[in-house]
Write a protein that binds this ligand. Structure first.
Ligand code: GLC
Length: 576
């Protein structure tokens, strides 16, 4: 039975997100490009998987030189993706299935094909002359780093028409909008309203840390940016209930948390610094990279939430690690130079972990239990591969593999017409890796992750509970508690439990479970663990996926044996 959309302002704290690249998801009209109707046709699958919110990559009109992040009309759908009506149908149908839909909002820049830019560049005194950042001097703001270091050598580009330089933080075909101009702020707020009026549940705010420029600063995280975000949030709160703003801010934890404000800026931020450290920890077989970054991460306001991810449509970014750590990551995960892009690694999850099922389970169960809401990238639920021979980040944007049939069931167009070739190699190709066969195979990764989603969704403590790391002398063991501070009388709540079935295993909907213990073995060998759980003396451990009862907790250290890359989730309860 489909879920219902609840009137819940904090829905994003419990949600599992799923990132869709509409171009690569499903081609409904067989022209070789995935489209919005294609996403609508696959909602049944997403509903079956159990996700709560789709994040749509940009679908706005665009010359598509940067996957649609180069927008030439903020108010319309790109014709290759379909129509306005297609988007409304997608949102409405998703809502009827209890799934929310957010989309990317590229606030920082537009395409150089946008009519605003064409006008702005036409002279120095046209009505939009100050809508972008122009200068005669390309040494201005020289403290700002270049983001795409491998393809751009300056943040300024010379414009032949206006005979001036314009500012761009990303590709030179993506001029930055000038937020010092109140007209620009207003027009972007109107763009926001246009899409929210259609029923979108919020936005991922693309590249939101670069909105302003000031001399002698690195032009990131400036106070003016936070003021604009507060204004945006106020507008949303005043007219649009239950919406979410998810910030894409690739910064160090102390700067990152500023984007939550005092719960008056963004509701969510991606946990960028944690992500590469999860890959580091598993390769080093030590918890330290994870525990260290978590200890450096300040607390965030009660209603705010981290967005946790392992992979996305970009390179695995290594901006938030030290030079030494970056070298380590490149040497371990990008053995070939063609795997490197910008300041990161353009590979998908499965090839990064050498297609290891046990590491995939380990990292995903961490992703689903650490503080935050997990975000899956399309195709990672079937452990799709990549094609690092494709340019830029196309390596991780190949067509979704639905079936073992022609073009992986993505499209009936001729192979030559497809926006990118589907994977066809013997390990990751669509004949071996596809939704249809994993759906039929109870032991598949797809079925495993569906079950993980169900278990997590049944325990609210993962979404909103507090977090405490437990010490173990063994450096390969990573253990922590998720708990609610208020000990609600569990016996009263137990009567409210409902039972759902996954793979014939009954899972009790324990919204009442207020203490969960998670324990992970980061090593490829079996490991012993000993945890001091004495403060819960007398309680018992119940393993969450099978509801298996473990021995009672005593004064003595509790001993576990974990298999290679093993993990457990336990409820700590005295109600049994
Ligand atoms: C964000 C997007 C990335 C894009 C860039 C410029 O970082 O995730 O795909 O290239 O912004 O818009």
């Amino acid at each position: 039975m489909p879920k219902e959309l609840k009137d819940d302002p904090l829905w994003y704290k419990k949600a599992v997100f799923y990132e869709v690249f509409p171009r690569g998801f499903y081609d409904s009209n067989n022209d070789g490009f995935g489209d919005l109707k294609g996403v609508t046709e696959k909602l049944e699958f997403l509903s079956w998987l159990g996700i709560d919110c789709i994040w749509l990559l940009p679908f706005y009109a665009s010359p598509m030189k940067d996957g649609g992040y180069d927008i030439s009309d903020f108010e319309n759908v790109d014709p290759s993706y379909g129509t306005f009506e297609d988007l409304i149908e997608l949102i409405d149908k998703a809502h009827s299935m209890g799934i929310r839909v957010i989309s990317d909002l590229v606030v920082n820049h537009s395409s150089d094909q946008h009519p605003w830019f064409l006008e702005s560049r036409s002279s120095r005194d046209n009505p939009k002359a100050d809508w972008y950042v122009w200068s005669d001097d390309d040494s201005l703001y020289s403290n700002a780093r270049i983001i795409f270091t491998d393809v751009e050598n300056s943040n300024w580009a010379w414009d032949q028409v206006r005979q001036q330089y314009y500012w761009h933080r990303f590709y030179s075909h993506q001029p930055d909008l000038n937020y010092d101009n109140p007209e620009v702020q207003e027009v972007m707020l109107n763009v926001v309203k246009r899409w929210l009026d259609l029923g979108l549940d919020g936005f991922r705010l693309d590249a939101v840390s670069y909105l302003f420029q000031r001399n002698n600063t690195n032009c990131e995280n400036l106070p003016e940016t936070h003021e604009f975000l507060k204004l945006l949030r106020k507008e949303i709160d005043s007219r649009y209930p239950n919406r979410v703003l998810l910030a894409e801010v690739n910064q160090w934890p102390t700067d990152l948390v500023d984007y939550f404000g005092e719960d008056d800026e963004c509701h969510m931020c991606f946990q960028f610094p944690l992500m590469p450290r999860m890959f580091m920890a598993v390769r080093r077989e030590q918890r330290l990279p994870i525990t260290e970054i978590l200890s450096l991460t300040p607390n965030i306001p009660e209603n705010c939430q981290w967005g946790l991810f392992l992979r996305n449509h970009d390179e695995l970014t290594l901006e938030q690690v030290s030079d030494e750590e970056r070298d380590y990551m490149f040497s371990e995960y990008a053995k070939d130079n063609r795997m490197k892009r910008h300041m990161g690694i353009a590979r998908r999850f499965a090839p990064l972990v050498d297609n290891s099922r046990s590491i995939a389970e380990l990292l995903h169960s961490m992703l689903f239990s650490l503080p935050g809401s997990p975000i899956l990238y399309y195709g990672d639920e079937i452990m799709m591969g990549d094609n690092t021979y494709l340019k830029d980040r196309d390596s991780v944007r190949t067509p979704m593999q639905w079936t073992p049939d022609r073009n992986g069931g993505f499209s009936l167009a001729n192979f030559e017409q497809l926006y990118l070739p589907p994977l066809m190699d013997p390990v990751y190709g669509y004949q071996s890796v596809n939704v249809e066969s994993q759906f039929k195979n109870p032991g598949s990764f797809l079925q495993w992750i569906k079950k993980l989603i169900t278990v997590r969704s049944n325990y609210q403590v993962f979404g909103s509970g507090k977090f405490e790391i437990l010490h173990d002398d063994n450096p390969s063991i990573f253990a922590f508690l998720r708990y609610f501070e208020e000990q609600i009388g569990a016996s009263e709540l137990i009567e409210e439990n409902t039972v759902v079935e996954v793979d014939n295993i009954e899972i009790i909907d324990q919204t009442s479970a207020n203490k969960v213990l998670c324990i992970y073995n980061l090593s490829r060998f079996a490991q012993p663990a000993e945890l001091d759980l004495s403060k819960y003396k007398g309680a018992k451990l119940v393993e969450l996926s099978g509801r298996v009862l473990f021995p009672q907790i005593t004064e003595s250290p509790y001993r576990f044996t974990l298999g290679p890359h093993g993990y457990y989730w336990f409820e700590i309860t005295d109600q049994i």
